[in-house]
Design a protein around this ligand. Structure first.
Ligand code: 1CP
Length: 359
């Protein structure tokens, strides 16, 4: 084993010489080289299910920008598919479950999958990715939170209104809890498999946690994520600790509760006041985030100003991983990503050098 990678040091709240950086949805449609492979694959799901192609698109942003971390190319919705739901990705429309779940008896359609069998293509991809990545670039595995997966399984696809899942929440919470429990069990199996096959960190995407009020957020999202965190293997096959990152979009004000889950890192979206949250939580956990992705539409001087602001807001204690507050969008310019990464490198090394002199 060589030197511990910058990202894993930051997750463990150890001092680093510069702030490590990766970007949510760093592989994807804003990259022309991704579109090429995507076309070659024929469909998005085929791309996810062909390890050689998934490996290629995982590596693309690493090669182009020299990012400090890779995230395996896949999607959160392969889990409901493995549980028996028919999944399509329609051009311009996103994911569609043609037969969504609406009441308790629909749960009979779900199975608890043998993950090695049903999701073995993800594990094969992880192994191929690890073999292809430079040793200084660790690989993140991931899953959706039970709550976020349930929104797609009950709504049948992307929604702005969340009518069906909110109806279930207030009319039939037992149905929802049964579904969330089943999802948590499968996600635990699935993520432990990712760790066995070489994922060096895990991120749980709770994209829709923020549509819940505080009490419901705990009962319907955080409790299930906590169960997952507590049941994950703490170390990988190489004996290294596998940190867990929780990203509940729109939930920064619950950070104190989120930290009690046992996660190593809290990922913040751009609405979060990082300075305040760091002050509240001390160094209980590390943080990831939280530049507004829309800054990538701005000119260089604005990008620099916003990067400085973000770095400063996380303060000078160890334990910050630079990221966006949410994912890259297809219309973003890769040249601005290059610029962003260079600016983060420069500004964070200056800042960390200054701080170490002060101490
Ligand atoms: O046509 C295409 O090429 C599909 C676009 C696409 C891509 C590139 C989808 C469909 N998924 C992905 C990859 C993906 N999805 C990754 C790996 C890429 C990387 O990060 O580099 C990851 C981590 C995800 C996770 C994911 N999928 C989330 C959680 C993260 C987030 O962005 O909030 C969610 C909610 C999904 C569902 C999903 N997959 C794809 C779409 C269009 C959607 C719906 C999003 C929505 O409802 O708004």
């Amino acid at each position: 084993m060589g030197q511990k990678q910058l990202f894993l040091k930051a997750c463990a709240r150890e001092p680093v010489e510069r702030t490590p950086v990766w970007l949510m949805r760093q592989a994807g449609r804003y990259l022309p080289e991704y579109l090429k492979v995507r076309q070659q694959a024929g469909s998005f799901l085929n791309l996810c299910k062909t390890p050689a192609l998934a490996t290629e698109v995982t590596l693309q942003p690493i090669r182009r920008f020299g990012l400090d971390v890779a995230i395996m190319f896949s999607d959160i919705l392969v889990v409901p598919e493995a549980m028996g739901m028919k999944l399509d990705f329609l051009e311009g429309e996103g994911p569609v479950f043609a037969e969504p779940l609406r009441e308790s008896r629909d749960l009979n359609r779900l199975i608890r999958p043998k993950v090695e069998k049903k999701l073995g293509y993800v594990y094969n991809a992880i192994e191929e990715m690890r073999a292809a990545l430079p040793s200084k670039v660790p690989l993140i595995g991931f899953a959706g939170s039970p709550w976020t997966l349930a929104t797609y399984m009950i709504e049948g696809g992307t929604t702005k209104k969340f009518t069906h899942i909110k109806t279930a929440l207030y009319r039939d919470p037992d149905f929802l809890h049964m579904l969330l429990g089943a999802l948590a069990d499968t996600v635990i199996d699935y993520l432990n498999g990712q760790i066995d096959h070489g994922a060096q960190a895990i991120q749980i995407f709770d994209t829709w946690g923020g549509i819940l009020g505080p009490k419901n957020y705990r009962a319907f999202s955080l409790d299930y994520m906590t169960k997952i965190v507590r049941n994950l293997k703490k170390t990988g096959p190489d004996g290294e600790r596998v940190p867990v990152i929780l990203f509940s979009k729109g939930c920064a004000s619950y950070s104190k509760d989120i930290a009690t889950s046992g996660c190593d890192v809290i990922s913040l979206d751009w609405t979060a006041d990082a300075k305040k949250i760091r002050r509240q939580l001390g160094d209980k956990v590390a943080f990831q985030g939280n530049l507004d992705p829309a800054v990538l539409y701005a000119p260089e001087e604005v990008i620099r100003k916003e990067v400085r602001k973000t770095l400063k807001s996380f303060g000078n204690k160890p334990g910050h991983i630079f990221n966006l507050g949410h994912g890259m969008e297809p219309d973003m310019n890769p040249d601005n990503v290059q610029l962003l990464v260079e600016i983060i490198r420069e500004e964070s090394s200056h800042l960390l050098k200054r701080n170490s002199k002060k101490r």
